[in-house]
Design a binder for this molecule. Structure first.
Ligand code: FEO
Ligand code: CA
Ligand code: CA
Length: 514
């Protein structure tokens, strides 16, 4: 019941060997270069490059108000400004490692606690002496959990009901032009299994369905959340799959456009074009065919093959993977995060890896919409960066700074780090592709994660002086509480936490001077 089982469940595991708990394999500065940045390491520490420092902002288990605690495995982070020195953070809590919650036994009491550890947190943060600090007991602090009642947007019925209980698998996300958060339900099948259109059920890794037989059709959606109230709705319009994220912009016609990837092997990249400029509820969903450079409609009115196979548009959206294949979508190497280049508007998609076709390192895909219009139905594409056994592997979350430097995190599985194709790459890291300045075109590693952890959810403060960053699943391959592979950050049981990164190196990169 750890990430190894999780990876086996997902069918994506490669080399399954236990990682040594603490060792180091190199000096931390690359030799023979004046570039700032780190070499590789296997140390159980969060290590930052010279000129960069971190502080823990909020940890798993921290009380956020009188009744609720910060959840487990923090992932995506979004910032909602309240004033120049105050803001709200949305933080995803993707999944649980039962060993660290109440134990591996699948008792009802254990599952009940796990349901409270997933979903998301809204927490207020305040700038104090130049550093962002968590504000405990802010009236805004609240949780969405595996039990929160969430309606389907627009009164739509899914699986016979107008609402779902809970959100989980919340991996990455996005923000809308009108300021709401989007949180994306990725691997919902680890909690509930899945069900096909004929009603055939598959097994779940965490076996929550043993005690709570919920409908898997209620999960795998993009969820929109109001920052100040926590009011949420599941956006049926964007389809149901293992959504990594949702990246929102506007077309030249003023309509909202949202890109979202399905992070599973050989799954697809989607684009939703709204009917309006201020809502994601009504519009058309498309899927990418890279060979033809076309966005293919998934609307029942446009596609006779869908009209023949599905009973209505809601069924298409609920089984959108099936529909995508019927219209000719291109299989991709696990689409993860999607971001827009601030200099060109091009759409960057992290393709983390595809071990089935022996792509261990992944790449970053660039989509160039025709006429530079996000609402275009045709596009060109090219590979922007490719991982390797010497540089970085498995790109996942990304964020651009205003100079167009691309900050990205890597997600090699804890069970595979320092082994086989990954043996020279050390722990997961935070990297920057330098877009301008004296080292234009080079990639530097600016932070290294503790053992088993990946960095997730990079998010700049509005002034770009701070990078909020999640440290997710430290120590996840620990076989027991007596044999922990990580003790980050406090020395005891490892705790997923959100940190702030600050310092002159960050400032210089953001100013384009590195
Ligand atoms: Fe939860 Fe696709 O990473
Ligand atoms: Ca991710
Ligand atoms: Ca990932």
């Amino acid at each position: 019941m750890n990430r190894r089982n999780f990876l086996q469940f997902l069918g994506v595991s490669g080399v399954l060997a236990t990682l040594p708990s603490c060792s180091t394999n190199s000096a931390l500065t690359p030799s023979g270069t004046s570039l700032p940045g780190l070499g590789t390491t296997l140390e159980d520490r969060l290590i930052t490059a010279d000129g960069l420092a971190y502080d823990v902002l909020v940890r798993w288990g921290d009380r956020i108000n009188g009744t609720e605690k910060f959840g487990f495995n923090n992932d995506f982070i979004a910032f909602h400004p309240l004033a120049s020195d105050r803001g709200l953070l949305w933080v995803n809590h993707e999944y649980v490692t039962p060993l660290f919650i109440k134990g591996n036994d699948r008792t009802k009491a254990n599952v009940d606690q796990e349901l409270l550890e997933v979903g998301g947190s809204i927490v207020e943060v305040k700038l104090e002496k130049g550093k962002w600090a968590f504000v405990p007991d802010s009236a805004y602090n609240r949780r969405l959990t595996g039990n929160t009642k969430i309606p389907f947007a627009g009164g739509r019925k899914v699986g016979g009901t107008t609402f779902a209980l809970g959100t989980m698998g919340n991996c990455a996300g996005g923000k809308t032009p009108w300021g709401t958060f989007l949180t994306c339900e990725e691997n919902y099948d680890i909690f509930w299994g899945d069900v096909d259109r004929k009603g055939k059920k598959t097994a779940s890794w965490l076996a929550w369905d043993k005690h709570y037989p919920r409908n898997p059709q209620h999960y795998g959606w993009v969820v929109e959340v109001e920052p100040k109230t926590g009011a949420a709705k599941k956006l049926v319009s964007l389809g149901r799959c293992a959504h990594e994220c949702a990246a929102v912009t506007k077309g030249k016609n003023g309509r909202v456009v949202a890109y979202t990837g399905d992070d599973s092997i050989n799954e697809h990249l989607y684009k939703f074009i709204s009917d309006s400029g201020d809502s994601l509820e009504q519009g058309k969903l498309y899927v990418a065919n890279l060979e033809k450079g076309q966005w293919l409609s998934l609307d029942i009115a446009d596609q006779p093959v869908l009209k023949e196979k599905f009973k209505d548009q809601t069924e298409i959206l609920t089984y959108v993977r099936e529909a995508a294949k019927l219209v000719g979508a291109t299989p991709l190497d696990r689409p993860e995060d999607i971001e827009f280049d601030p200099l060109t508007g091009h759409v960057f998609v992290a393709l983390t890896n595809n071990k089935v076709v022996k792509n261990f390192y992944g790449s970053i895909l660039k989509i160039i919409e025709d006429n530079d219009d996000p609402a275009s139905l045709t596009f060109k594409h090219e590979t922007f960066l490719t991982g390797s056994g010497e540089s970085f592997a498995c790109p996942d979350n990304m964020v651009f700074d205003p100079k167009g430097n691309l900050w990205f995190t890597t997600d090699m599985a804890g069970t595979e780090m320092n082994k086989g194709p990954y043996e020279k790459l050390g722990n997961n890291g935070l990297f920057v592709f330098l877009r301008s300045g004296p080292n234009q075109g080079k990639i530097i590693r600016v932070a290294s994660a503790p053992v088993d952890a990946e960095f997730t959810g990079p998010c700049f403060s509005p002034d770009y002086k701070t990078l909020f960053l999640s440290v997710q699943h430290p120590g996840e391959t620990s076989p027991s509480l007596n044999k922990l592979t990580s003790h980050w950050p406090d020395g005891g049981v490892p705790k997923p936490s959100v940190v702030t990164l600050t310092g002159p190196l960050l400032d210089r990169i953001v100013e384009g001077k590195v």
